[in-house]
Design a protein around this ligand. Structure first.
Ligand SMILES: [Zn+2]
Length: 384
């Protein structure tokens, strides 16, 4: 079941995968480089309650959630020729979203440049959440260097996904390509996302077989971050805890600057995470997710940990079929309860897919009020 989903995902939607690889690597404009004080981690409890009415202070100062983001496709946020039916920029401006990850945009187009300039004006940061392994370790190296690629359980090298993190040559390639791609994909918040292949299996060679998927991912990620820091000394890189990398790494330690990105793809959104007995389609119950989140937070810093959620991901709820959109089963009660859960674990950075919540969604279901409830919920949340 999951494999079928993965194939569907790869045609666009919540995995954020590019339909056309060259698009993904098109030139990137550098804009909006100012530092954002709201990105500074703060555990000072005095910031939870504002006692100072001085409006000239950082309006985010008493917000618990410092990152309030969305991940969407370009065709969701931009509708040429008929104005925005859902104006994501206005939503961000009026309701304090501050982080956009937009996939499948032509980075060289004037429309995209205008979009970014508008974002910079209102304080939206841009980042790029993508599965990148096939760019970091190009498959066309397989014929000359099969040892760069993963060994399957039968002992054969294969280029179907990911690579061999015990191969020095593979790590050299990853380093070089990370630097090249990072220079063209520069986020405006120093947060990079070079995810491994979606649903891809890992290496079982003699050197790798004792390493979990999370360990193997982290070896690649540490190397990617080393490259990115040569471009941007403040670079941070996500370790995506998702699917086979959801469990915490055990044998590899994250370099400074790696942050946890926790994506509970197999939960159910019919129940809050705090309902620990509830179970998603793949048989993962919420108790398991909360245990694994806690274990990950022993390995990765709490201050920078981020959640990638799916509350509004209509690509997921429509089974990645854009011609048969289903309504997002939004529940503000569940969302609010989930925020409490995440805050309880110390998480202050949240972003969420809203793939397929675009012009067609608006035409079929009207204005998605949940976008406003999402943004307001994050902005107004105060930890008890
Ligand atoms: Zn290996």
């Amino acid at each position: 079941m999951f494999l079928a989903l993965v194939l569907l995902v790869s045609t666009g939607g919540s995995c954020g995968k590019q339909e056309n690889g060259t698009n993904a690597l098109a030139g990137w404009e550098k804009m909006g480089h100012e530092d954002d004080p709201s990105e500074e981690p703060s555990e000072n409890p005095s910031t939870n309650e504002s006692t100072d009415p001085d409006e000239s202070k950082d309006p985010d100062a008493d917000c618990w959630f410092k990152t309030r983001g969305i991940v969407a496709g370009w065709t969701d946020v931009y509708a040429p020729g008929n104005e925005y039916e859902i104006n994501y920029m206005k939503l961000a401006e009026d309701h304090h979203l501050n982080s956009f990850s937009i996939y499948n945009a032509d980075r060289n187009s004037q429309d995209w440049k205008n979009f970014m300039a508008e974002g910079a004006r209102i304080g939206v940061k841009f980042e790029f959440q993508e599965h990148m392994m096939s760019f970091l370790l190009p498959r066309n190296l397989f014929d000359s260097h099969p040892e760069y690629f993963r060994q399957d359980k039968k002992g054969n090298r294969t280029k179907d996904a990911n690579g061999c993190p015990s191969s020095e040559g593979a790590l050299e390639q990853v380093f070089l390509n990370a630097k090249d791609i990072g220079a063209r994909y520069e986020p405006t918040n120093h947060k990079y996302y070079f995810w491994l292949d979606d649903g891809g299996d890992i290496c079982y060679c003699d050197k790798c077989k004792g390493l979990s998927a999370s360990d193997q991912a982290l070896i690649f990620e540490n190397k990617v971050l080393e490259a990115l820091k040569e471009l941007d000394p403040d670079a941070q890189l996500a370790h995506l805890a998702y699917n086979n990398t959801t469990e915490a790494p055990k044998n590899v330690k994250p370099s400074e600057g790696i942050f946890l990105e926790f994506a509970p793809f197999h939960r159910t959104w019919d129940h809050a995470l705090s309902e620990t007995w509830a179970e998603g389609n793949s048989g993962w119950n919420h108790a398991r997710y909360l245990r694994v989140l806690q274990e990950n937070l022993k390995v990765f810093p709490k201050e920078t940990a981020q959640v990638l959620e799916y509350w509004m991901d209509d690509s997921l709820f429509s089974s990645w079929n854009p011609s048969n959109l289903k309504p997002v089963p939004w529940s503000n009660l569940i969302f609010q309860d989930d925020l409490k859960t995440y805050a309880k674990y110390g998480i202050r950075h949240i972003t969420c897919y809203c793939a397929y919540v675009g012009p067609n969604y608006f035409r079929k279901f009207g204005y998605p009020q949940f976008l406003i409830e999402y943004a307001d919920g994050l902005y107004n949340f105060r930890k008890e």
